[in-house]
Design a protein around this ligand. Structure first.
Ligand code: MTE
Ligand code: MO
Length: 434
C-alpha cells in the first residue's frame, strides 16, 4: 500500500525533502538564521582582532623565549612592539576577547542549530562548485567549534593544552577566518534579503500561537513538514539573548572588577581574592608551582647581569636603592584582571644602570627561581624596560609582596599581559642573552 505524501516520517528518508522533513521546527528559516548570523558577523571580527593583538602583546619579535608561534611564519606579518601606553591596554583587549567569546557561545549554538537540516542535504555534493562550498562550510563550522571550545577550555580549565594552546588557537583562527570570509562573500546578499523579508518589530510582538513558518525558499532551511509552534521567534531570540546576558553577568566581573567581581561565578580564579594589601587575584600560588620557603627566604639573591658586568643583590640592598611607585593592574590572558594596584620597587632601568647600561637600557631576560610548572622565562623589550613605571616590585599597596604575589621581588610592566609580570624573580640579564 502506498502511503500518502506527507508521512515522511513513516518510511526511511530517501529524497532530500524526506531528509529535511526530519527537522520540524517551524522557526527554522533564512530570517532567523540571518539574525544570528548578523550578530556573529559583528562579534567574530572583534574576537579575531583582539586575538591577534593578544599575540602581539607577547612580543614575539623577541622570540624564541616568549613565543615560538607567529613571528617566524607568514601570519606574523602584522606584529609590532607592544606599547606600554595606555597602561590598561591589555586589560581591555583581552577582557573584550574573552568576555565576548563566552557571550557569543549561545548565539553560535543557535546559529548552528538553525542550519542543522543543511548537514543532511542530499546529494551531499552536486557539483565541483557545490563541493568546494561544502568544504568551506566544514572549515567554517569546524573552525568555529574548535576556536570557541579551545578558548573556553583554556580560560576555564587552566591551559589543558600546555604550551600548544597558542599555536592551536592561533592557526585555528586563521583557518576559521578564511572560511568565514568565503562564507560571507557567498551568503551576504542572501542574508540581507532574508533580513528584509520580515519585520523585527513585528516578530517581537508575535506570540507562539500566531507563529507561522517562513515561506519555503531555495535555501532549504524551512522545514517541509513543520510541527505546530511551541515557541515564537521572539521566544527563541529571548532565550539566546538571556543565555548571552547570563554569561555576561557571570564572566564580565572578572575583568571589570569592583563590586561586579562578586557576580563573576564563572571566573576560574575565584571571586574572593582575600583582604588586605595583597588581596587581589592570584594566578598560581607559590605552593602550586613548588616554590619552597628557602627559595624565597633570607638566602634569596637577585643576580643582575649585563654589559659584561654582574652584581648580586639581597632584598635589603634592593630596598636601599631608589624606590618608585606605579599604579598598574594585572591582566591575564585568561581574561580576568585586577584593578590598579599600588606597586613599589626599583625601576628596571635603574637596575640596568647598575650593570653598565646607564644610557638607553636594552631589553632584558627575566628568569624566576621557579623550577616547576610550565612558566618560562620572559623577555621584555627595551621600550618596556625604559618606561619609568616598569618596576622590579618589592611591595604592593604599602605592604611587602605576599609569597603568592611573588615575594621577594616580581616584575610589573604597564600595558603588558600578566604572564610578563614574572614572580619570584631570580635573575635579570640586560642586553644580548648569549
Ligand atoms: N614565576 C612565575 N611568574 C608568573 C606566573 C607563574 O606561573 N610563575 N604566572 C604569570 C601569570 S600568567 C600571571 S596572569 C601573573 C599573575 O600574577 P598574580 O598571581 O600576582 O596575580 O603572574 C605571572 N607571573
Ligand atoms: Mo596569566
Amino acid at each position: 500500500m502506498r502511503r500518502p505524501y506527507g508521512h515522511a516520517m513513516s518510511h526511511p528518508p530517501r529524497t532530500d525533502r524526506d531528509r529535511r522533513a526530519l527537522w520540524r521546527s517551524p522557526l527554522r528559516g533564512p530570517w532567523l538564521t540571518s539574525v544570528f548570523g548578523l550578530v556573529l558577523l559583528f562579534g567574530i571580527p572583534v574576537l579575531f582582532v583582539t586575538g591577534l593583538l593578544s599575540y602581539a602583546a607577547y612580543n614575539p619579535d623577541l622570540s624564541p623565549v616568549n613565543d615560538e608561534t607567529p613571528d617566524k611564519g607568514l601570519l606574523g606579518f602584522y606584529l609590532f612592539s607592544w606599547p606600554t601606553e595606555p597602561y590598561w591596554l591589555y586589560r581591555v583587549t583581552q577582557g573584550v576577547h574573552v568576555t565576548l567569546g563566552i557571550v557569543l557561545v549561545p548565539v553560535l549554538l543557535a546559529k548552528l542549530w538553525s542550519v542543522i537540516p543543511k548537514l543532511f542535504a542530499w546529494p551531499p555534493v552536486r557539483s565541483v562548485g557545490h563541493g568546494l562550498e561544502r568544504l568551506s562550510l566544514l572549515a567554517l563550522v569546524g573552525g568555529a567549534l574548535f576556536e570557541f571550545a579551545t578558548g573556553v577550555l583554556n580560560v576555564q580549565l587552566d591551559y589543558i593544552f600546555p604550551g600548544s594552546f597558542y599555536p592551536l588557537h592561533f592557526y585555528g583562527a586563521w583557518i576559521f577566518m578564511a572560511a568565514l570570509v568565503v562564507h560571507v562573500a557567498l551568503r551576504f546578499p542572501r542574508m540581507v534579503r532574508a533580513l528584509r523579508s520580515r519585520d523585527l518589530r513585528a516578530e517581537l510582538r508575535t506570540r507562539a500561537s500566531d507563529t507561522r513558518p517562513e515561506p519555503p525558499d531555495e535555501t532549504g532551511l524551512v522545514s517541509p513538514a513543520p510541527a505546530a509552534p511551541t515557541m515564537s521567534r521572539r521566544g527563541a531570540l529571548a532565550l539566546v539573548g538571556a543565555g548571552s546576558l547570563a554569561l555576561l553577568v557571570v564572566t564580565a566581573g572578572q575583568s571589570i572588577g569592583g563590586a561586579l567581581r562578586t557576580s563573576a561565578l564563572l571566573a576560574p580564579r575565584g571571586r574572593n581574592p582575600g583582604r588586605g594589601p595583597n588581596g587581589f587575584q592570584i594566578n598560581k600560588t607559590a605552593m602550586t608551582v613548588g616554590i619552597r620557603a628557602r627559595d624565597i627566604g633570607p638566602e634569596w639573591r637577585l643576580v643582575v647581569r649585563g654589559a659584561g658586568r654582574e652584581t648580586v643583590l639581597t632584598r635589603e640592598r634592593l630596598l636601599r636603592l631608589e624606590q618608585h611607585g606605579a599604579a598598574l593592574p594585572i591582566a591575564c590572558v585568561e581574561g580576568w584582571s585586577t584593578s590598579d594596584q599600588g606597586w613599589e620597587g626599583v625601576r628596571l632601568a635603574d637596575l640596568a644602570a647598575l650593570v653598565g647600561h646607564a644610557e638607553r637600557p636594552p631589553k632584558v631576560l627575566v628568569e624566576s627561581v621557579q623550577r616547576h610548572g610550565s612558566f618560562r622565562s620572559v623577555v621584555l623589550s627595551d621600550s618596556q624596560v625604559r618606561d619609568p613605571r616598569s618596576l622590579l616590585a618589592l611591595k604592593v599597596n604599602g605592604a611587602d609582596l605576599s609569597p603568592d604575589h611573588g615575594y621577594p621581588a616580581r616584575v610589573i610592566v604597564p600595558g603588558a599581559p600578566g604572564v610578563h609580570n614574572t614572580k619570584w624573580v631570580g635573575r635579570l640579564t640586560f642586553g644580548e642573552m648569549a
